[in-house]
Design a protein around this ligand. Structure first.
Ligand code: HEC
Ligand code: HEC
Ligand code: HEC
Ligand code: HEC
Ligand code: HEC
Ligand code: HEC
Ligand code: HEC
Ligand code: HEC
Ligand code: HEC
Ligand code: HEC
Ligand code: HEC
Length: 371
């Protein structure tokens, strides 16, 4: 190219040669710039697929970084509890797929420690915005069946995705309490609970409706997380807060279900009969009456308790949780009255016939002896 240009310059005037040189220079520069730009774009494209670490993102996204850095995701592979379990399991690589970022199953290596920005947004400049529960479910499943439970929690909860209740960066609830969280949809229940001593003493929906049991990796025990929100899935145990062992009435059900056979309106903390009638705690006679009808009748008539004393409810004398009155243990319990049985007819007839035959025999014998 250059030689051709020289040949042209030889046969032409110097002015033309000068302008040709300038054009050539501009063309070359442009060409080089295009090459550099292409190379730069290609190289940049490659780095955007590389893991850069959370520090890279922090440069432009300080708020998100700040929120994330104090979350359990940030130190998922460096916190003491994880390390302890992990070392006890001979530093099993199987743990790293969820506790690190960019884990490669083929090489058993990872890119960065902990669950970093890139675990959720993709490496480098990918900056994907994935709001699906399946993203969280990549790790919050299996030993912690949060995703599975949530998916099975019925259509209503299954449509409320993780981010409705959880902040993706702090990993905390978006509301201060679980009660606030559930209140997005269950405001009636919230009003009911807040009006009771449970509400006053900060007993939250999750205290009864969720059970969070950490998986014990060392023992291989899977966990419960409570994201079904339903009580049939697990056994609620009121005794975690109420040291109230039942005697006699323990036959009414397992754990909380015994309590619920009397405290059936659990949100309003009222007593509930099987016909769904509701009574306050201090009006329990109808409750006792539905199961102890004979005693109730006796009580009503004044032969058991004091009928003319409105204060003499069953619970004045009997603790509903331990109803046997121990102070008078010397009293024998009164045997139930047995209705007089009708006299048996057949043996009576037999006896009558035998007696009659005897009389006839005696009569006949006497007459014959008289004769
Ligand atoms: C050089 C600055 C810069 C760096 C470094 C950077 N980002 Fe961004 N990011 C931006 C800008 C600018 C936007 C666009 C903001 C907007 O659309 O409002 C953005 C948007 C995003 C979004 C939203 C995407 C969307 O679809 O709405 C996410 C997620 C994101 N970045 C994540 C990351 C992550 C993770 C990293 C680190 C691996 C990172 N960013 C590094 C500048 C940066
Ligand atoms: C399928 C993904 C996954 C695998 C594999 C996994 N974990 Fe986890 N791990 C999690 C999730 C998710 C949590 C947080 C769960 C929660 O709180 O609901 C967690 C929490 C923990 C915790 C509790 C940490 C704390 O701060 O309370 C320990 C300890 C732990 N894992 C150890 C291990 C060990 C050891 C292994 C390997 C045997 C392992 N994990 C494998 C996903 C996983
Ligand atoms: C556990 C997964 C997870 C991690 C870890 C995570 N993010 Fe996000 N991030 C999300 C999700 C999900 C969204 C989308 C939220 C939405 O749209 O409601 C999001 C949104 C964003 C956005 C867009 C914010 C907006 O309001 O538009 C930015 C920027 C971002 N993340 C940056 C980061 C950075 C930087 C880090 C690390 C310091 C990080 N994220 C760590 C899940 C994560
Ligand atoms: C790459 C795997 C991974 C992904 C994806 C992931 N997490 Fe996690 N998450 C973990 C691990 C591991 C822990 C436990 C960290 C620890 O304490 O050791 C955890 C902890 C949590 C915790 C705190 C649990 C506790 O006991 O306090 C919440 C809440 C949480 N994640 C919510 C989410 C949400 C919401 C998403 C989706 C936006 C998500 N996570 C995505 C791995 C992941
Ligand atoms: C209807 C609201 C709601 C939805 C939807 C929800 N959660 Fe939760 N989650 C909660 C509440 C409430 C807690 C208990 C927090 C507490 O009491 O501190 C919790 C606790 C957790 C915890 C910590 C305890 C545990 O279970 O090990 C993790 C992790 C978690 N949720 C992840 C998720 C993921 C992942 C999803 C989506 C698949 C999800 N959650 C969907 C309300 C919700
Ligand atoms: C996005 C709205 C929404 C949120 C948030 C929500 N729920 Fe529900 N939930 C519903 C709907 C709708 C139903 C079905 C109608 C009904 O029974 O009220 C339901 C039903 C229930 C049921 C009865 C059905 C069953 O599966 O046994 C329980 C218990 C329950 N929710 C508990 C909770 C708890 C606890 C929380 C908070 C951690 C919560 N819900 C948060 C919408 C929601
Ligand atoms: C003291 C424990 C306790 C607390 C606190 C509690 N619940 Fe319940 N909840 C129960 C029990 C037990 C049942 C099941 C009742 C049954 O099977 O008869 C139930 C049933 C439900 C149901 C389904 C049946 C119905 O009544 O509609 C919903 C929805 C519900 N609860 C929501 C909530 C919400 C929301 C909160 C928080 C404001 C909450 N619960 C607080 C124990 C509790
Ligand atoms: C998270 C702890 C917690 C759980 C779980 C719990 N309670 Fe309570 N409950 C309390 C506290 C605190 C009080 C108020 C102080 C007290 O009376 O002990 C209370 C009070 C009560 C009262 C007295 C109400 C009044 O007006 O005096 C009843 C009844 C009750 N609870 C029944 C139950 C039943 C039934 C269950 C199980 C279905 C249950 N609670 C589960 C913490 C709890
Ligand atoms: C046979 C019915 C019955 C059963 C079963 C029952 N309760 Fe009660 N409970 C009552 C009645 C009635 C009262 C009101 C007592 C009063 O007015 O003196 C009461 C009162 C209470 C109180 C508040 C007053 C007090 O004595 O401190 C608590 C707390 C309580 N019950 C918890 C429970 C728990 C927890 C269970 C299950 C382990 C349970 N109850 C099982 C009938 C019952
Ligand atoms: C849901 C039915 C039910 C309700 C409501 C109920 N009980 Fe009972 N009660 C029983 C059963 C079942 C037994 C156990 C009988 C047995 O052990 O043979 C029992 C036992 C007793 C005993 C001991 C009797 C014995 O023969 O050992 C007393 C006393 C008693 N209840 C009093 C009460 C009082 C007072 C109330 C009201 C606060 C009450 N009960 C409410 C079902 C009920
Ligand atoms: C004035 C006190 C008093 C009142 C009120 C009272 N009881 Fe009794 N009850 C007793 C005594 C005393 C016994 C015999 C001692 C015992 O067996 O525990 C007894 C026995 C019983 C027994 C049989 C216990 C057994 O060992 O066989 C039942 C059931 C019972 N009561 C139920 C009720 C019911 C239901 C009410 C309310 C309708 C009620 N009581 C009211 C004092 C009372």
């Amino acid at each position: 190219m250059v030689t051709t240009l020289k040949k042209v310059s030889d046969t032409n005037s110097p002015k033309i040669i000068k302008s040709t040189k300038v054009i050539f220079f501009i063309l070359t520069i442009t060409f080089l710039m295009v090459i550099i730009a292409t190379v730069t774009v290609t190289v940049m494209g490659e780095t955007s697929e590389e893991y850069m670490g959370a520090g890279y993102c922090a440069g432009c996204h300080s708020t998100e970084s700040e929120h994330w850095s104090s979350s359990p995701h940030a130190d998922a592979s460096s916190n003491a509890e994880f390390l302890e379990d992990w070392e006890e399991l001979d530093s099993s690589v199987s743990c790293l797929s969820c506790h690190t970022t960019g884990f490669d199953e083929d090489t058993n290596t990872f890119e960065t420690e902990g669950v970093t920005c890139e675990a959720c947004h993709g490496p480098g400049d990918t900056m994907e915005r994935d709001t699906s529960p399946e993203l969280c479910g990549e790790c919050h499943s299996g030993p912690y069946p949060t995703y599975e439970e949530w998916k099975d929690s019925g259509p209503s909860h299954g449509n409320a995705d993780c981010l409705l209740c959880h902040d993706q960066h702090t990993a905390e609830l978006k509301f201060e309490t679980s009660t606030g969280t559930c209140g997005q949809c269950h405001d009636t229940h919230v009003d009911q609970v807040l009006d009771t001593v449970h509400g006053e003493t900060d007993v939250e929906c999750a205290d009864c409706h969720m059970i969070e049991e950490p998986a014990d990796f060392v023992k291989g025990t899977p966990a419960k997380t409570g994201h079904s929100f339903s009580l049939t899935e697990h056994e609620l145990d009121c005794s975690t807060c109420h040291d109230r062992p039942l005697s006699k009435h323990d036959v009414l059900g397992e754990k909380a279900y015994a309590c619920l056979s009397c405290h059936g309106d659990i949100h309003e903390l009222k007593l509930e009969l099987v016909n769904r009638e509701v009574y306050p705690l201090d009006n329990s006679v109808p409750l006792c009456a539905q199961c102890h009808n004979e005693r109730y009748t006796a009580w009503e008539q004044g032969t058991h308790g004091e009928y003319d004393d409105p204060e003499a409810q069953c619970t004045e004398c009997h603790d509903p949780h331990d109803p046997i009155i121990t102070g008078i243990s010397t009293l024998e319990s009164i045997p139930p009255r047995v209705a007089a049985k009708p006299a048996p007819i057949l043996p009576l007839i037999v006896v009558a016939v035998v007696v009659e035959l005897l009389f006839i025999a005696v009569f006949v014998f006497r007459r014959q002896s008289n004769v």
